[in-house]
Design a protein around this ligand. Structure first.
Ligand SMILES: [Mn+2]
Length: 326
């Protein structure tokens, strides 16, 4: 295992801009044997072959890693996820440019290796089509998982421009394949002009819950998140965060931006709360198209903090579980 912090050990932390690029300077490995004992593994899924509009999300994983800040206590939650949990950067899945099928297979395999080691996968996209292999791997043989899905769009299209495999169709495909329990599937942040009533009818027939932006505005994010947590219950649930759920003011670098979205503060709080309260089966953060270099990129920066809030929530959940056992 490579420790990107080792040369800076006397200072306690590595400068963000220096050394091997790993998530938050976490130990880096591509060897499945070295995952033993890990609680969480970060996996990059750098592919964007299946977008309907702007490409560039293949650069997301690198930019999110570059936007990392060093480990340390979360000022408000008062806990350091990197001290509480063993977090490893497992590198990128071996995607193949212009071959989405092989890229999806590689993502599924890499996420499967994380799960086989007993660790929780957090996948950095990539376009949203990567949810198909990563949710499928997390559902695995255990049967369907719940899904909390932050997005401007439902991604339940049967096709987009006639293409069945697209960043607009993963949730439709996963439900049809039996990997998501529609009664435990909640969408948050919907707005704009896609999809059509046909897709919403299909969703309602399956009992999928949809919170639109007017719900977030009128009822408040705290109430929407509270209701979401009660719908998914205690069973394993996947958290999928498309950064286009954010208003483009907070995440301008994304494949299909839609004005009128959530604030970064609301989304970060929601991710922290969900990771604390829900039994997560896995997580992804997708559709990040970096527009700048390193930590100057707004979208990569907020995507990195989405993961950090979730890690802090997992650490709080671990500590709470330990105190309940005591
Ligand atoms: Mn999406």
């Amino acid at each position: 295992m490579l420790d990107p912090q080792s040369r800076w050990a006397q200072y306690g932390e590595k400068p963000d801009f220096a050394g091997l690029l790993s998530f938050a300077g976490a130990p880096y490995t591509e060897d499945p044997a070295e995952l033993a004992g890990a609680d969480v593994a970060i996996v990059g899924a750098p592919m964007d072959d299946l977008v309907s509009d702007r490409p560039g999300a293949r650069f997301g994983p690198r930019a999110i890693r570059a936007a990392s800040c060093p480990p340390g206590p979360h000022l408000e939650a008062k806990i350091d996820a990197f001290a509480e949990l063993r977090i490893v950067d497992y590198g990128d899945a071996a995607v193949v440019p212009a071959d989405p099928q092989r890229s999806h297979a590689a993502i599924g395999q890499t996420v499967g290796e994380v799960l086989a080691a007993g660790a929780l996968p957090i996948v950095l996209g990539g376009d949203h089509s990567i949810a198909e292999p990563d949710v499928r791997a997390c559902a695995g043989s255990a049967g369907p998982v719940g899904l909390i899905h932050f997005d401007a769009h439902t991604d339940t299209g049967q096709e987009v421009f006639g293409a069945a495999r697209s960043h607009g169709t993963p949730m439709y495909r996963l439900i049809n394949q039996g990997h998501i329990d529609p009664a435990r599937y909640v969408q948050i942040g919907l707005r704009g002009y896609w999809p059509t009533e046909k897709e919403f009818l299909w969703q309602r027939e399956r009992g999928i819950t949809s919170f639109f932006m007017h719900d977030v505005r009128q009822r408040g994010v705290a109430e929407v998140v509270r209701e979401t947590i009660s719908i998914v219950g205690n069973e394993p649930t996947f958290l999928s965060v498309d950064v286009d759920v954010l208003d483009p003011a907070y995440a301008p670098g994304t494949g299909t931006p839609e004005p009128g979205g959530m604030t970064a503060g609301d989304l970060l709080w929601a991710c922290l709360t969900i990771a604390t309260e829900v039994s997560l089966a896995g997580m992804d953060v997708v559709e990040v198209i970096p527009t700048g270099i390193g930590s100057s990129d707004i979208t990569a920066l907020v995507a990195e903090r989405i993961v950090r809030e979730a890690l802090t929530g997992l650490a709080l959940r671990r500590r709470r579980g330990a105190s309940e056992m005591a």
